[in-house]
Design a binder for this molecule. Structure first.
Ligand SMILES: Cc1ncc(COP(=O)(O)O)c(C=O)c1O
Length: 386
């Protein structure tokens, strides 16, 4: 089996599975009780916040958990939009997954605010910064941008985007779902005001993580029920969290850290992500070289093997004469897991003009993939030549 569908969801290491099943096996309790299992649930949440804070470079009190990135983004968008009105504007991009577009569109529509859309260069998948500058104005309230495209692999210059947005007085919401398994996240370096990711894309369970600047999380009005605290990250967490998933989130961060070295977990994560990045760049170089030798495969997005800093090892392509669904099905028959269609990167497919012909075929590597798997998929793709 070759799991080349990491951008859709990564495989889970044994220690994460063990942490989750342990949590259920030892007996469960809800938060805030006087008995052991309840105290342990409190401890699980606290340790998951610490782990996620280390992963993202924030503080534990700035970490909010939720069902997934999409739900967290909907919650934040509704809260932020309460102060928007007619004449206000939000900026979204065509590079983004729809989870970082639709919530902002809907929130803007609720408040009579306008949405401005920034495109990208269809030749190399680069975000159009000139268009971004033009889209910004004194009424821009928020810029929603991806840290890495789950379709083309593009890594936009988020820090530059954030600086431009902040100069216009806007907040910045970063979608780091695709970025987190590939790069060291540092919310301060990225210049984010909010950043969301999903543990099932970084070797953990199906759980969403949102980081927000403490003063913003504190001052914004959350849609909450009475028992939820009125202060701290808990005010954003609706109902009862999945404690077994939170145990898995912490274990996934520890798993990632175990791939690096250093005294603190933060240092180990920095070192691990450097090792991961070097390995993935090797895979990307090999895959790009293989594609260049196979003219029936057309790559969309960043193709320059000397500019790997500008991409993750996620590739969207077209197999000449074959719909992407068909190609993915033939690869699956050979035990090679890939994805086809738009992978919810709706704007990407529309902008590239491939939406009406079934989207593209996506092959996404992560650190557990090997050079042998790169060769295997290239050979299988060669066999698809019409
Ligand atoms: C880049 C990106 N953003 C957002 C999402 C949505 O994440 P979730 O499933 O946690 O809502 C995905 C999921 O595929 C994604 O790849």
């Amino acid at each position: 089996m070759a799991y080349l569908d990491g951008p859709g969801g990564t495989q889970v290491p044994a220690e994460v599975i063990e942490a989750m099943s342990h949590r259920l096996r030892v007996g469960t309790g809800n938060l805030g009780g006087a008995f052991g299992a309840s105290r342990e649930a409190d401890a699980v949440v606290a340790s998951a916040r610490e782990a996620a804070a280390d992963l993202l470079g924030g503080r534990p009190e700035e970490i909010v958990f939720g069902q997934n990135m999409t739900s967290l983004t909907f919650a934040l968008s509704r809260a932020l939009a309460r102060s928007w009105g007619a004449g206000d504007e939000v900026v979204v991009t065509r590079l983004d997954h729809d989870a970082n577009v639709a919530p902002w569109r809907l929130a803007a529509a609720d408040r009579g605010a306008a949405v401005r859309v920034v495109g990208f260069d269809p030749e190399d998948g680069t975000l159009d910064l000139a268009a971004l500058e033009q889209a910004l104005g004194e009424r821009t309230r928020l810029v929603a941008v991806t840290a890495a495209s789950n379709a083309l692999g593009t890594v936009p210059p988020v820090r530059r985007v954030a600086d431009l947005a902040h100069a216009a007085g806007a907040l910045v919401y970063v979608d780091a779902v695709h970025y987190t398994p590939h790069r060291r996240v540092d919310v301060a370096d990225l210049g984010a005001d909010f950043l969301a990711c999903s543990a099932y894309k970084f070797f953990g369970p199906h759980s969403g993580v949102l980081w927000g600047r403490a003063e913003l999380l504190e001052s914004l009005p959350a849609y909450k029920v009475a028992p939820a605290p009125s202060s701290g990250p808990g005010k954003w967490e609706t109902g009862t969290q999945s404690f077994e998933s939170l145990a898995g989130v912490a274990a996934a961060v520890d798993y990632l850290a175990s791939l690096g070295s250093g005294d603190s977990r933060g240092e180990r994560l920095t070192s691990a992500l450097a090792v991961i990045r070097a390995h993935e760049e090797g895979l990307a170089t090999r895959f790009l070289a293989g594609l260049a030798a196979r003219p029936h495969l057309r790559l969309y997005g960043p193709a320059d093997p000397t500019r790997l800093a500008a991409r993750t090892p996620t590739f969207s392509l077209e197999v000449a004469g074959m719909p992407p669904d068909h190609a993915a099905a033939l690869l699956a028959e050979q035990g090679i897991h890939t994805w086809s269609g738009d992978y919810y990167a709706v704007g990407v497919m529309e902008h590239l003009g491939v939406a009406t012909r079934g989207g593209l075929l996506r092959i996404g590597f992560v650190h557990y993939n090997t050079a042998a798997e790169v060769d295997r998929v290239l050979e299988a793709l060669a066999g698809l030549a019409g």
